[in-house]
Design a protein around this ligand. Structure first.
Ligand code: AMP
Length: 406
């Protein structure tokens, strides 16, 4: 087929896996997905064209990925920026750019960048030792958060300081790591927008409303239950954020709604967990994974309108989970529930709070008949979807291999 493009993903987790699966159903381009991942049996290994086994930060491994790919992209923000910049300077096409990645890899640099570009963010302060942390906590007020600046995701590098006496503990927890202090935002809601930017066009999905526990995403409902004004403002800010980065690809923009205003919490230069609902073919014309491939290769983007409401719930290892090989019981029962779609990522081992899969519940025909503009106001429908997602989720049990003769 013409239009064959080999896309090299730094990372072979579930995001690369879902992208590789979606790549197969794109009719006008023949995308082949290569991956770089340290683990030979990472989620994407079964569906990738080729795999380089190596660390995301290993320059030699990244170069090998570039040798077998036309365009380099990421499913994880941990790639080695220096190696990527060198490759780009030698002519490899890389989206998002190493410069974007560098800004995003450091939460403080990212917040400063957004702030300089006039994008509203929570108040924050740099703090490189205990005295500076103490001063920053005093300036920002309690409660506030101590955040590690690098290599932190799913809330893992955050400590909420609720009393002055906790400063020492917070400092000790992240000692040796660069940190920043951020005001605690008493938000009404957390929302996110997944936006695709191609060479000359931008396409934004509607905001999703997110529920986190312990800093990790549990559920996203699309559309979010927010006023039209807040929705417009969130979209305006999402587009402005993409403009600031002036790049190509799908970006996930996490935001807080506070006093009906938007503050950007974090930008991910990749497909995003809160956008998994876009995989639902009856609800969306094209998924975020397809859009990402299109965006980075300057192919025309597709529509992002929502036709039916979708509730997405993550399937995680429990907080006190065992570590090791596992089986998920109940998958057969969940698979036959109408409108429920179960996605399991095939990870070999479970760990506390590890993402093992997700499920989506799509609204029915009646909801579509209500019209797109009514989707977000149709609260009773959404409540039904949320409770169906919860009850489907409760049917799944993660158990050690062999526990029930499995
Ligand atoms: P992050 O590691 O910045 O993605 O944060 C993970 C989660 O922690 C967010 O989704 C919020 O639920 C919470 N969080 C992060 N920053 C703040 C903040 N400044 N105020 C309140 N909650 C926050």
């Amino acid at each position: 087929m013409e239009n064959t493009l080999k896309i090299g993903f730094v990372g072979g987790g579930q995001l690369a896996m879902m992208t590789a699966l979606e790549a197969r159903i794109i009719s006008d381009y023949d995308f082949r997905i290569n991956i770089l991942d340290p683990s030979a049996d990472c989620p994407a290994h079964k569906v990738a064209a080729e795999q380089i086994i190596g660390d995301f930060k290993d320059p030699t491994a990244i170069k090998r990925l570039a040798e077998i790919s036309d365009i380099i992209t990421y499913e994880i923000e941990l790639g080695d920026v220096t190696a990527l910049r060198e490759l780009r300077n030698e002519g490899t096409e890389i989206h998002p750019s190493p410069e974007t990645l560098e800004i995003i890899q450091d939460k403080l640099t990212q917040k400063k960048f957004l702030d300089q570009k006039g994008i509203p963010v929570p108040n924050f302060l740099e703090a490189s030792n205990k005295d500076e942390i103490r001063r920053a906590v005093q300036d920002l007020g309690i409660p506030c958060l101590l955040k590690t600046r690098r290599d932190a995701y799913d809330g893992r590098g955050n400590f909420v300081i609720r009393r002055k006496e906790q400063i020492d503990l917070a400092h000790k927890k992240f000692v040796g790591k660069p940190v920043m202090v951020e005001e605690f935002v008493n938000f009404q809601k957390e929302v996110s927008i997944v936006v695709a930017k191609g060479r000359n066009e931008v396409a934004a999905y509607p905001p999703g409303e997110n529920y986190h526990e312990d800093g990790i995403l549990i559920m996203t409902r699309m559309p979010a239950k927010i006023s039209k004004e807040v929705e417009r403002e969130a979209e305006r800010i999402a587009r402005r954020t993409l403009k600031a980065f002036d790049d190509q690809g799908v970006f996930g923009i996490e935001m807080f709604v506070v006093n009906d205003k938007i503050l950007v919490n974090e930008v991910a230069p990749r497909v995003h967990n809160t956008g998994h609902g876009t995989l639902e073919k009856s609800a969306f014309e094209a998924s975020q994974f397809e859009q990402h491939l299109r965006a980075i290769s300057s192919a025309p983007l597709r529509g992002t309108e929502i036709r039916k409401p979708v509730v997405m719930q993550n399937i995680l290892g429990s907080k006190d989970s065992f570590i090791g090989p596992y089986t998920i019981m109940g998958a057969n029962e969940v698979n036959i529930l109408p409108g429920v779609h179960l996605y399991l990522y095939g990870k070999k081992e479970v760990r506390p709070l590890r993402k093992l899969g997700h499920l989506s519940v799509v609204g029915n025909e009646q909801e579509r008949a209500d019209g797109i503009s009514d989707l977000s106001s149709d609260e009773s429908n959404m409540d039904v979807l949320v409770s169906r997602a919860r009850s489907a989720h409760s049917m799944l049990k993660v158990v050690p291999v062999g526990a029930y003769g499995n």
